[in-house]
Each structure stands twice: as structure tokens, then as C-alpha cells.
Design a protein around this ligand. Structure first.
Ligand code: ATP
Ligand code: RIB
Length: 294
């Protein structure tokens, strides 16, 4: 089994479903409200566990009711939560509006995630003992950089989702093996709106990149190789929240199992396409048998 350490956020998603998201100063009436366990780190952890990975979650939840539910959701998925600390104060929350096209707008309030500023010996050992490390940018950058450094020093393959997007210091990029931005993040990081141009630019900073393109699929590029473009399966999206995280978590398992890159990308795309057809983040992530069947 592929050992995957996730150093990342755990949020409770507070999701309103409405015909369209409100504009500035506007109020719209929603149709439905749900609380769903989410957070980019926890989502990637659940996706990887359901795809067949052996997953350890490193991060923090608050000492509130959400914290209890978030931890139990991860445990229910078979994820090791010994390094998911409970800290004083509220858990992270994400305030989400999903419109009738399935697209979302999100405000994330870090809460307990903001307390993860540095790693202890237990966290470092878990990262060093993993096959892959998954990172995103919903924890303080100091912890993300430390995690990446530990992984790099131990030869653990590191995948970074640069979201929410922000300028990335070279001390982080130097330790990243695979960068997976969506097309907006890629444009922000590279200054190029064309994904091929973005990928070329990003390859000057990391050895390999996958740019996810929503319903258009994804673009993979690695130094010294030809880019691979893979269209997404045609499906009707009801809620795209967590699609990117499903893609990353599933891809990590496939790469850990040493599947060839095009097949790993196809498997991850199938998983993400299943995810967008169901509501919620962690609730919509498919199991290995479903991905294989798709
Ligand atoms: P999110 O923030 O909504 O979780 P993201 O913006 O990080 O997602 P996207 O590029 O929108 O990432 O989507 C990630 C992957 O999910 C895509 O590469 C694709 O494989 C799949 N996907 C997303 N939307 C659709 C869709 N409408 N139909 C099929 N597959 C989709
Ligand atoms: O990537 C989706 C996630 O982003 C949501 O679950 C939400 O918690 C935000 O962090």
C-alpha cells in the first residue's frame, strides 16, 4: 500500500446551494444548506484513502463540535489521525456558495489550521516514513515549507497544490516534485493565461506540473518530455467542490503504485468526474472500486 502523509487543513464546509452566487451588496435566496467535512488537506486525505492509500493526516482541529465531527470523518475513512491535534478555539470553516452550474465561491476562515506553524518530531517522522507527501496552502507557510524540506531531505516525493494561491518562495519550490495548480492558479503563478505557456514557465521552477482545467481535463508537463493533454469525462456537474482535491489524492495513490503517468492521470480524472456529480467535498469522493468501474 502507498504510504501518504498529508500536511494540511481540515475545515467544516458550510454550504449554501443557490441558483447563483450573490454579487457585492446583494442578497439571494438559497435552496438548501449543508455542513460537510472539507478542507483541502482533509479532502486529499479522504480521496487518497478511498483510492487505496494508507494515509496519515497532520494538522489541527478546534476543541468545538466541528472538531469532533471532522476527526471522526477522517477516522471513518481509515485515516490515521494521531497527528491531527486538537487546539483551543474554533475549527477551520469554509463558507461556500454552490450555484446551479455546480461552480462554487469560497471564503475560508483558518481557525485551528492557523495554529500549525511548525512541526514536531512525530510529524517529521511521519513525513520521512511516507512514500509521498501532499501539501496545499491552507496552513501557515512556515509549516508547509518545513514539511517540504523534511520530505525532500528524505527523498519523499512531494506534491503541492498551490491553493489558495500566493507567491511561492524558492525554498518551497526547490523541494516540490509535482505542482498541481488549477488553470487560474497557474495563470497567477506564471503570468500566462495559456496553460501550455504556464506549464513551460512553471517547469523552470519545479520538475513536473499538472494544470487542472475543470471540465476541459488536465495538462501534464515534465522537464525533458512532451506535454500530455487529457480531456475530462463528459458528465453533468452538480457540485465541483473538492474536484481538485479528489484528483490530487487519487493521482498520488496511482503514482505511488507506479502506474505510468498517462494511466495515473486517467484514473484521477475518472475519480474527479465522479466527485463533481455528487454534492459536498469529502462526501463526494469515490472509492477505488467505483473509480476502477468508471
Ligand atoms: P475545486 O476547487 O472545485 O475543487 P479545482 O479548481 O481545484 O477544483 P478543477 O480544475 O476545476 O480544479 O478540477 C479538477 C479536476 O476535476 C479536473 O482536472 C477534472 O479532471 C475534474 N473536473 C472538474 N470539473 C469537471 C467537470 N465539470 N466534468 C468532469 N470533470 C471535471
Ligand atoms: O478544495 C475544496 C475545499 O476548499 C473545501 O472543502 C473547503 O474547505 C476549502 O478549503
Amino acid at each position: 500500500m502507498t504510504g501518504i502523509a498529508v500536511l494540511g487543513s481540515t475545515n467544516m464546509d458550510l454550504v449554501a446551494y443557490a441558483e447563483r452566487a450573490p454579487g457585492r451588496g446583494e442578497t439571494v435566496t438559497g435552496r438548501e444548506f449543508r455542513t460537510v467535512p472539507g478542507g483541502k488537506g482533509a479532502n486529499q486525505a479522504v480521496a487518497a484513502a478511498r483510492a487505496g492509500g494508507e494515509v496519515t493526516m497532520i494538522g489541527a482541529v478546534g476543541d468545538d463540535e466541528y472538531g469532533v465531527r471532522l476527526r471522526s470523518n477522517l477516522e471513518h475513512a481509515g485515516i490515521d489521525t494521531d497527528l491531527l491535534h486538537t487546539v483551543e478555539g474554533p475549527s477551520g470553516t469554509a463558507h461556500i456558495v454552490v450555484d446551479d452550474t455546480g461552480a462554487n465561491s469560497i471564503v475560508v476562515v483558518p481557525g485551528a489550521n492557523g495554529a500549525v506553524t511548525a512541526l514536531g518530531p512525530g510529524e517529521m517522522a511521519a513525513i520521512a516514513g511516507a512514500d509521498l507527501l501532499l501539501l496545499q496552502l491552507e496552513l501557515p507557510l512556515s509549516a508547509v515549507i518545513e514539511g517540504a524540506r523534511v520530505a525532500h531531505a528524505q527523498g519523499v516525493r512531494t506534491i503541492l497544490t498551490p491553493s489558495p494561491v500566493q507567491p511561492l518562495p524558492s525554498e518551497l519550490l526547490d523541494c516540490v516534485d509535482l505542482l498541481i495548480p488549477n488553470e487560474h492558479e497557474a495563470a497567477e503563478l506564471s503570468g500566462f493565461t495559456d496553460p501550455h505557456a504556464s506549464a513551460r514557465y512553471l517547469l523552470s521552477q519545479v520538475p513536473a506540473v499538472v494544470i487542472t482545467l475543470g471540465s476541459k481535463g488536465c495538462l501534464y508537463a515534465a522537464r525533458g518530455g512532451e506535454p500530455v493533454v487529457l480531456p475530462a469525462p463528459e458528465v453533468t456537474a452538480v457540485d465541483t467542490t473538492g474536484a481538485g482535491d479528489t484528483f490530487v489524492g487519487t493521482l498520488a495513490v496511482a503514482l505511488g503504485e507506479r502506474r505510468p503517468v498517462p494511466r495515473a492521470l486517467a484514473w484521477a480524472s475518472s475519480a474527479a468526474a465522479l466527485c463533481v456529480q455528487r454534492p459536498g467535498a469529502s462526501t463526494s469522493m469515490p472509492y477505488r472500486t467505483e473509480i476502477d468501474a468508471a
